[in-house]
Design a protein around this ligand. Structure first.
Ligand code: NDP
Length: 327
């Protein structure tokens, strides 16, 4: 049987953590033949550590055959020791009336410390996914704080936007969501992201031709996908934790186990592809194979798409600027 891998999760006692950990432990993320050791990080506050103990009791009570170890931590220097996968979920949410600069600087401190800890103690091929918002910029900060690790191993979650876009297209076309191929989401995990179905196909047929409604794209589809998180908070009174956790599982599973040629979206550091400045943590269409992702290159970018990409890029550059002094 396979050697266990170490999976670190931060914010482990939070809402997303609660929707995420049981699925990692059951083998949905890394495969039904891959034993895992969970290394769970929460803030040192007693309330959070107590809540984490409760989550661990429940994990124990599931008696998952693949879960061969569970650790509770309050310090990233121990939580990330030898970790092969790190899901950085915990981050400071934007409080009412909180300035953007304040949010960026609080999270700057968290993700600098976590990047340094990964740099110091994690496996040299650790694969990192940042879920905590602002996810792209937090991932950028962690990457910059970890100069000894491959920059390409730091990623941000755009998969929820990708999955939301796929589900809207399935509803619009009346086709099963699993039939949709070649969907792309560009940019920042924020309402500025650009979900792009110009290349998408269903059964080899162009989705754009099937829908054939540019007004729907601009006035319905893009705002619906962009504001979906807010719509769920309004409806449920709570944020979209389960679908966020599901997207994190999808992102890591596809990265680790491959996509068989299918396109998925990941937020990854640019090497200049599509004119995005190097190191920008940007959502791109990728395929994954052998534990590596590869950007889908050579796609034509029309004027409207370029405008959308410029807008989400400008937002990311602004965030990057806002944390420059922390790096
Ligand atoms: P959640 O588990 O609901 O959310 C965690 C983070 O994920 C937030 O930044 C949230 O952003 C983000 N997120 C990204 N996509 C989504 C989405 N679709 N829906 C909802 N959230 C999304 O937050 P909780 O407050 O329940 O839990 C956070 C936990 O993290 C707490 O237990 C806290 O103690 C811990 N924490 C741990 C840290 C650490 O380990 N060092 C540091 C800071 C906090 P958004 O704010 O935009 O909703």
């Amino acid at each position: 049987s396979k050697k266990p891998v170490r999976v670190a999760v931060t914010g482990a006692a939070g809402q997303i953590g609660y929707a995420l950990l049981f699925r990692i432990a059951s083998g949905e993320m890394l495969g039904k033949d891959q034993p895992v050791i969970l290394q769970l990080l929460e803030v040192p506050m007693e309330k959070a550590q107590e809540a984490l103990k409760g989550v661990i009791m429940e994990l124990e009570d599931c008696a998952f055959p693949l879960l061969v170890g569970i650790e509770a931590h309050s310090d990233p220097m121990t939580a990330f020791k030898d970790t092969d996968y790190a899901l950085l979920v915990g981050s400071r949410p934007r409080g009412p009336g909180m300035e953007r600069a304040e949010l960026l600087s609080i999270n700057g401190a968290i993700f600098t410390a976590q990047g340094k800890a990964l740099n110091a103690v994690a496996s040299r091929d650790v694969r990192v996914l940042v879920v905590g918002n602002p996810a792209n910029t937090n991932a950028y900060i962690a990457m910059k704080a970890a100069p000894d690790l491959p920059a390409k191993n730091f990623t941000a979650m755009l998969r929820l936007d990708h999955n939301r876009a796929a589900s809207q297209i399935a509803a619009k076309t009346g086709k099963p969501v699993a039939a949709i191929e070649k969907l792309a989401v560009w940019g920042n995990h924020s309402p500025t992201m650009y979900a792009d179905y110009r290349f998408a196909t269903i059964g080899g047929e162009s989705v754009k031709d099937m829908i054939n409604d540019e007004a729907w794209n601009r006035d319905v589809f893009l705002p619906t996908v962009g504001k979906r998180g807010a719509a769920i908070i309004a409806a449920r009174g709570l944020s979209s934790a389960a679908s966020a956790a599901n997207a994190a599982i999808d992102h890591m599973r596809d990265w680790a186990l491959g996509t068989n040629g299918a396109w998925v979206t990941m937020g990854i550091p640019s090497n200049g592809e599509y004119g995005i400045p190097a190191e920008t943590m940007f959502g791109y269409p990728v395929t994954c194979e052998g534990g590596e992702y590869k950007i889908v290159e050579g796609l034509a970018i029309d004027a409207f798409s370029q405008e959308c990409i410029n807008k989400t890029l400008a937002e990311l550059e602004g965030e990057k600027d806002g944390v420059k002094h922390l790096l």
